[in-house]
Write a protein that binds this ligand. Sequence first.
Ligand SMILES: CCCCCCCCCCCCC[C@@H](O)CC(=O)SCCNC(=O)CCNC(=O)[C@H](O)C(C)(C)COP(=O)(O)OP(=O)(O)OC[C@H]1O[C@@H](n2cnc3c(N)ncnc32)[C@H](O)[C@@H]1OP(=O)(O)O
Length: 363
Amino acid sequence: MSNTQTLTPHVYWAQRHGDVQLRVDLCDAENLDISLQENTLHFKAQGHGARGDNEYQFTLEFLEPVLPKVLHKSTQRQVNIKVLKKEEVWWSRLTRQEKKPLFLAPDFDRWQDESDAEKELHEKEEKRINKISVETRIRKDPYLGLKKGYLFMYNLVQFLGFSWIFVNMTVRLFILGQDSFYDTFHTTADMMYFCQMMAVIEIINPLLGLVKTGFFPAMLQVTGRNVILFVILGSLEQMQSKSVVFFVFYLWSTIEIFRYPFYMLACIDTEWKLLTWVRYTIWIPLYPLGVVAEAVAVIQAMPIFDETRLYSLPLPKALGQSLSFSYTLQVYLIIMFLGLFVNFRHLYKQRKRRFRSRKRKAI
Ligand SMILES: CCCCCCCCCCCCC[C@@H](O)CC(=O)SCCNC(=O)CCNC(=O)[C@H](O)C(C)(C)COP(=O)(O)OP(=O)(O)OC[C@H]1O[C@@H](n2cnc3c(N)ncnc32)[C@H](O)[C@@H]1OP(=O)(O)O
């Protein structure tokens, strides 16, 4: 309530959820006497205001309870006052009395409506949470940078290896057409050996806690491919010139030229939405096709193992000479389709989790 007998300065106000800010238009203010009693702010000071050098004063009874402490700072041009609200609520007006005192006006430089202030509050809160999570991550794991650097390099090497295979095969397909199918192995096997040997690291990484991948899906994935590469194709020359090699290698490398860059970006806390979508989507047709191509290779290899007796199991004389490796491969075919089911389910869950959490972030 303003006292009409005394001189009042112009007072400008704005609020945030947690406080009220007042700007008193008084130059070179001296002998400041600012206090809060029973939710009412009392202000008295000597200074240069609208009516020249004089003593100015005002009182304001706030609409809602405030904390008893007043913060103030006077500059050459004005006196800034901050009063903390008892509860973080948005006030519909500043004073208890409905009629606004004549000396009071909104401070448009600081003015925010409730939604602006809420947005600011959310941004502040988000920043605070991010800061805490970065700090706790760093505090928890001092080797985080080293681990990420190692994973980044691993993924980069794999990406380059599989890109080389993919580009090589694609160019040869364009130039030679179907003829390129038959010498895929001779032109790309060395690089595939290198990449798939390196891929064993992907089984070790989850064991060391370096990535959140499950050990079992990674083990199925890497072992499954390496059986095809080293046992079926690598040890049977007759298999190496078959067209199935083209399909197996092409399906493997197609997913990897998306998967590894996705991981590389994850290592630097970056996401490219299109790449994420591709990484978590193209396995849907590629995985079953890949398993079918691998199964064809296994089936084609069976008669060759029967004929060459390679890896056959010696048997006691009474039971015959030896047990062909093709029997083992028949069991392997069943395991392969079980493996397909397990990993398909795993990838489906990963896809759901990834897109669900992205949706949640977007809200
Ligand atoms: C004696 C036992 C014999 C067993 C024989 C078993 C035979 C079984 C046969 C199985 C069939 C295999 C067929 C297959 O060879 C056919 C093909 O490949 S066809 C081509 C299509 N293939 C694919 O699409 C599969 C590609 N592979 C994969 O996706 C992975 O290898 C797989 C393990 C299947 C799944 O990956 P993962 O579990 O890692 O899921 P995410 O990618 O979502 O990753 C989870 C989180 O970990 C982080 N991560 C993972 N790896 C890395 C890395 N290298 N660097 C950095 N970060 C990594 C990733 O970012 C995720 O983190 P966040 O959740 O925070 O995003």
